[in-house]
Ligand binder design. Structure first.
Ligand code: ARG
Length: 474
């Protein structure tokens, strides 16, 4: 017997039943669903829509189900379609027909929206926590590697030497924006849709404010049709996840390059690598590779959601049931990737000598030769030309710039003097870039302070969001 069976004379086709059921995946929302119901029934009681006795009976039944859910003892069936009707049916079986009063003044449309809001809100907080952890791993490695120099790359060609801390801090900046996006979309997730009913509100004298406050929501949806139709916050969250994955995939790609024998810049901990079944020498960077690989599915989740929503008429349409798997997959994938990347970064060993060697075996101080000439009055464009010619000559002699004699330099420009050698030494090349945001020590140390400060603010935000994450004590 279906909970909505009154109007029907025939039973649902078995294939159709299975096709439209969401219980296989929305059972993930069981805690949100029961807690939402407990608050709903409390509100019905407080407003004399149900008697005190009915309220207490239903609440006790829901608490029993909550305990069973925690213990993993609930048995769901596809006959009851989704988590909402499975729980309602279990409640009626447990406490009798009075359980049928739970759904007074409520629809599955606002109920399902409530569950997803609660889930998305909790997951946003968890994602920020994981992003904080990765930021901390990056900042600790940065602090240890202020004096570690490596070639900075453009076009994956050695460009100019930088501090390794500077390189890592670029990722810390990206993550800072990611956390900002999560915290911003949280505002639009932190809204209570319950009380919208199926579409138009309800004839019962409900108190939406009560439900909102008990569930620690900051705001109420002001339009009942918007409340049951809005999935923007899910798109925002999966889009924030997509950008996090873009950033993680770039970091992952660099780790994959850096661990190769061609680079040998870092070694990853054995705990995060695997071997080959055939080639005994192999140590593969599986975790970064999978992070890179999983980026596509998160984009797919976001694209699927946007496409599902496009041109949907108001208000609830069954299409929207598709919001859940995409959301679950995007946030869980991103969360796992953040967690594992934190561990990988925290435990990686930095091979400073190899990084330095690659600076010394490069022409990455060529810009400095041009800057040297320009600082002595040669127009930069001309200095660039002279330096280009000098580099071409050095390549033909199989020498790097520091190995050229003063005579050799002076063939290209008489302005070059003995002080060129100190000027082109890697320490000086790095330290000379004192412009704001540059790679000189003071600038890098300033970045460390700024990122730490911002991380402290994010931790304050997390503290404030903690109550919402724990939901209510029932
Ligand atoms: N299982 C549905 C969902 O996931 C719940 C809402 C269904 N409402 C309805 N009238 N069929 O969105």
């Amino acid at each position: 017997m279906k909970l909505w069976g009154g109007r029907f004379t025939k039973s649902t086709d078995q294939l159709a039943l299975e096709f439209q059921a969401s219980i296989s995946f929305d059972q993930k929302l069981v805690m949100e669903d029961i807690i939402g119901s407990i608050v709903h029934v409390e509100m019905l009681g407080a407003n004399e829509i149900l008697t005190i006795e009915e309220t207490e009976t239903i609440k006790a039944g829901l608490k029993t189900l909550l305990e069973k859910a925690k213990a993993g003892e609930l048995q769901y069936t596809v006959e009851h379609e989704d988590i909402h009707m499975n729980i309602e049916k279990m409640l009626i079986d447990l406490i009798g027909p009075v359980g049928g009063k739970l759904h007074t003044g409520r629809s599955r449309n606002d109920q399902s929206a409530l569950d997803v809001h609660l889930y998305a809100r909790r997951k946003t907080v968890e994602l920020v926590e994981q992003a904080v952890a990765l930021s901390e791993a990056l900042l600790s490695q940065a602090e240890e590697n202020v004096d570690t120099l490596l070639p900075g790359y453009t076009h994956l060609q050695r460009a100019q030497p930088v501090r390794f801390a500077h390189h890592l801090l670029a990722y810390a900046s990206m993550l800072e924006r990611d956390m900002g996006r999560l915290i911003d979309s949280y505002k639009r997730t932190d809204m209570c849709p319950l009380g919208a009913g199926a579409i138009a509100g309800t004839t019962f004298p409900i108190d939406r404010q009560y439900v909102k406050d008990r569930l620690h929501f900051a705001n109420l949806y002001e339009n009942s049709m918007d409340a049951v139709s809005d999935r923007d916050y899910i798109v925002e969250l999966t889009s924030a996840c997509s950008l996090i994955m873009v950033h993680l995939s770039r970091l992952a790609e660099e780790l994959i390059l850096w661990t190769s024998e061609e680079f040998q810049y870092v070694e990853l901990d054995d705990a995060y690598c695997t071997g080959s079944s055939m080639m005994p020498q192999k140590k593969n960077p599986d975790i970064p590779e999978l992070v890179r690989g999983k980026t596509g599915r998160v984009f797919g989740d976001m694209m699927g959601l946007l496409t599902m929503l496009k041109a949907l008429p108001l208000s609830f349409n069954k299409d929207m049931q598709e919001d859940k798997e995409a959301l679950f997959d995007a946030v869980e994938t991103t969360e796992n990737c953040l967690t594992l990347m934190s561990a990988v970064i925290e435990t990686m060993v930095v091979k400073k000598e190899k990084m330095l060697q690659n600076i010394q075996q490069s022409y990455s101080n060529a810009t400095d030769l041009a800057d040297y000439l320009a600082s002595k009055g040669v127009p930069f464009r001309q200095a660039h030309e002279i330096t280009g010619k000098t580099v071409l000559y050095a390549i033909s002699k199989q020498k790097y710039l520091l190995a050229l004699s003063l005579d050799e330099y002076q063939q290209f420009s008489p302005i070059v003097e003995e002080d060129i050698y100190a000027f082109l030494a890697e320490e000086n090349v790095v330290e000379a870039r004192k412009s704001e945001g540059g790679t000189a020590r003071a600038q890098v140390e300033n970045q460390l302070i700024l990122r730490r400060r911002s991380l402290d603010e994010t931790k304050q935000w997390l503290k404030a969001a903690e109550t919402a994450k724990r939901l209510i004590q029932v």
